[in-house]
Design a protein around this ligand. Structure first.
Ligand SMILES: Nc1ncnc2c1ncn2[C@@H]1O[C@H](COP(=O)(O)OP(=O)(O)OP(=O)(O)O)[C@@H](O)[C@H]1O
Ligand SMILES: [Mg+2]
Ligand SMILES: [Zn+2]
Length: 502
C-alpha cells in the first residue's frame, strides 16, 4: 500500500512540458488502471510495464494499482513514460526507494524483458526539464549523447529497468555519460568537383550569401543535382541556438546519428518527388514526426526533379515557407514545428529530359510541364536560372575550380554585411520584405535601375520579378563588399533570370 510520484516530460512538437506520473496502490483485486488522457500507446504500456518489472527480478504489487499522469489536460503520446510509470508503481507498492530521482525526470520505453529502449525527442524533453529547474534526467543509454547536449543538468543513462532499480537501492552506479567526444565532421561535397559551369557556381554562391530560394532549370547532366548538394558546404556553420533547434527536430523525428548527435552543419534534405505530403511537412499518429521541411530547418530543402512532385505536395510547402513554421492540424489541436529553410529546386525544361536540340516535344507539353511551378510558390524564389550543359573544354581543362572553403569565406562576409544592414527587419537579403526593399533609405538611384525599368516596360519583368532582381543585386554587392549595388550588380541579377519565369 502506498503512493509515489515520479516526473517525466510530455512533448508537443518540439515543446516539452514536465509532467507527474503518480501511482497509488490500494487493497483490492490485482489490477492496473492508467488515467490522464492516455493514447493507444499508453494503454499498451500497461502490459509492457508489468512484463518488464517481472523480468527485471522485481515483484509486481498484487493489489489495485492506479497510475495517473498529471496534468490531465496535457495530451501525452508515445512510450516514453514506461520507465517513469514502472518506477512509480514499484515505489508505491514494493518499497522501491526513489530518493535518487526525486529531482529528476525519468524517460524511456521498456521492452518486455526490462531493457530500456531509446525514445524520440529526448533532447527537447531534457531541455524542457532543465528550463523547469529539474536537476537531473534518467534516460536510455541510446539517448545519452543527445541528452548530454543540454548544459546545467545531470544525466544518468541506464540500459535496463533492473540497473535503474539497482541504482535506486544504492547497489549499482549510473555514471554520467559525459560529453560525447567531438568527432571530426564528415567531409561534405566540395565545389572543387564542379568544373566550368561558371553560372551554376555563381548561382550557388549568390544563394548561399543571400539565403535566396533557387530554382535551376537545365538539361540532364548540366550539374543541377551536383550544385545543389554542395550548397550546405558553403553555408555558415549553425550558431548554438540554431544547432539546438535543428538537433531537437531530428531528435523528435528519431533520425539523430548515435554517438555524434549534434547537428552543427546546415542539414540537407532531399525528399524524392514521390514523397507524400506528410513526409514533406510532417504528421503521423501519436507523437507527430517533423517532415523534410522541418528536418531542413536552418538548412536546405532540395526538391530534385521538382516538376514531378504532386501539385498538392508543392502547395503544402507554401505556407511553411512563408511563415517559417509548419502548423499540423491534429485531432486534438495544433502541432507546430519550426521550418525555416532554404528551398532549392531543380528541373529539366521538358518531361522528355533531353537536351534542347534533340527535344521534339510540342511546345504546349513543354509549357505545361513547368506551368505548375509558377504561381505563389515560385514568387518566393529569388533566383530562377537556366543552366547550360558543361562543355568538354571545361571538363578536360587544366584549371582548378575554386574549392568550397574559399567560397564559404566570401559567403560568411556577405551574410554579415546583410545582417548589419537589415537588422532588425531581416537576417538575409532573401528575407527582406518588398516594402523595405523599396524604402527611401534603400532605394537605388534611377540610372542604376534603368535596365530593370526597361525590362519591365518590354514585359520581360513583372513587378514581383523586379523585387527579386533587387534582392539578388544586393547579394552581389555584399559578396564584393560594396555598400550598395552598382549597375553591374543589377545587370548580373537581371541576367541570372530564367527565360521561362518572369
Ligand atoms: N560541371 C561539372 N563538372 C564536373 N562534372 C560534372 C559537371 N556537370 C556534370 N558533371 C557530371 O555529370 C554528372 C551528372 O550531373 P548532375 O546529376 O548534377 O546533373 P543534373 O543536371 O542533375 O542532371 P539530371 O537532369 O539528369 O538530373 C555528375 O555526377 C558529374 O559526374
Ligand atoms: Mg539531377
Ligand atoms: Zn521534350
Amino acid at each position: 500500500m502506498g503512493y509515489a510520484k515520479v516526473r517525466s516530460v510530455a512533448l508537443h512538437g518540439v515543446v516539452g512540458e514536465v509532467i507527474v506520473v503518480e501511482a497509488d496502490v490500494a487493497p483490492g483485486l490485482p489490477s492496473l488502471i492508467v488515467s490522464g488522457l492516455p493514447d493507444a500507446a499508453l494503454s499498451e504500456a500497461r502490459d509492457r510495464i508489468r512484463a518488464a518489472v517481472h523480468n527485471s527480478g522485481a515483484s509486481w504489487p498484487q493489489q489495485r494499482i492506479t497510475v495517473n499522469l498529471l496534468p490531465a489536460h496535457i495530451r501525452k503520446h508515445g512510450s516514453g513514460f514506461d520507465l517513469a510509470m514502472a518506477v512509480a508503481v514499484l515505489a508505491a507498492g514494493a518499497g522501491l526507494p526513489i530518493g535518487r530521482v526525486v529531482d529528476a525526470v525519468v524517460l524511456g520505453e521498456l521492452g518486455l524483458d526490462g531493457t530500456l529502449r531509446p525514445v524520440r525527442g529526448v533532447l527537447p524533453a531534457v531541455l524542457a526539464a532543465s528550463r523547469a529547474g529539474v536537476g537531473s534526467a534518467v534516460v536510455p543509454v541510446g539517448n545519452a549523447a543527445e541528452a548530454r547536449l543540454v548544459p546545467d543538468i545531470e544525466v544518468r543513462a541506464s540500459d535496463s529497468l533492473g540497473r535503474l532499480i539497482g541504482y535506486l537501492h544504492g547497489s549499482e552506479r549510473l555514471p554520467d555519460p559525459g560529453t560525447p567526444p567531438a568527432l571530426p565532421e564528415p567531409a561534405s561535397l566540395d565545389l572543387a568537383d564542379v568544373l566550368g559551369q561558371e553560372r551554376g557556381r555563381r548561382v550557388i554562391e549568390l544563394a548561399a550569401a543571400g539565403r535566396h530560394h533557387i530554382a535551376m532549370f537545365g538539361p540532364p547532366g548540366a550539374g543541377k543535382t551536383m550544385l545543389a548538394q554542395r550548397l550546405p558546404g558553403i553555408l555558415p556553420q549553425l550558431g548554438d541556438q540554431e544547432a539546438i533547434e535543428a538537433t531537437a527536430l531530428h531528435s523528435v523525428a528519431g533520425t539523430l546519428p548515435q554517438g555524434n548527435p549534434f547537428v552543427r552543419r546546415p542539414p540537407l534534405q532531399a525528399p524524392h518527388h514521390t514523397a507524400s505530403v506528410a513526409a514533406l511537412v510532417g504528421g503521423g499518429s501519436g507523437l507527430a514526426k517533423p517532415g523534410a521541411i522541418s528536418l531542413a530547418h536552418h538548412g536546405v530543402l532540395f526538391l530534385d526533379e521538382c516538376a514531378e512532385f504532386a501539385p498538392g505536395a508543392l502547395d503544402a510547402l507554401r505556407q511553411p515557407l512563408e511563415e517559417g513554421v509548419v502548423r499540423l492540424r491534429r485531432a486534438y489541436g495544433e502541432t507546430v514545428f519550426p521550418a525555416r529553410t532554404q528551398l532549392v529546386m531543380a528541373a529539366n525544361p521538358c518531361p522528355c529530359a533531353r537536351e534542347q536540340q534533340s527535344c521534339q516535344c510540342p511546345s504546349l507539353v513543354r509549357r505545361r510541364y513547368l506551368a505548375r511551378l509558377s504561381g505563389p510558390l515560385m514568387d518566393r524564389v529569388d533566383l530562377q536560372v537556366d543552366l547550360d550543359p558543361v562543355r568538354s573544354a571545361a571538363l578536360f581543362g587544366t584549371e582548378d575550380a575554386e574549392p568550397s572553403k574559399a567560397v564559404a569565406a566570401r559567403v560568411l562576409r556577405a551574410r554579415a554585411a546583410a545582417v548589419e544592414r537589415w537588422t532588425p527587419h531581416a537576417r538575409s537579403n532573401g528575407e527582406v520584405p518588398s516594402a523595405l526593399l523599396r524604402h527611401r533609405r534603400f532605394r537605388l538611384p534611377a540610372p542604376i535601375l534603368q535596365p530593370l525599368r526597361q525590362a519591365m516596360d518590354q514585359g520581360r519583368l513583372s513587378a514581383r520579378g523586379f523585387d527579386r532582381v533587387l534582392r539578388v543585386a544586393w547579394t552581389a554587392a555584399d559578396i564584393d563588399g560594396r555598400s550598395t549595388p552598382d549597375a553591374g550588380d543589377v545587370r548580373e541579377a537581371l541576367q541570372m533570370r530564367s527565360r521561362r519565369m518572369r
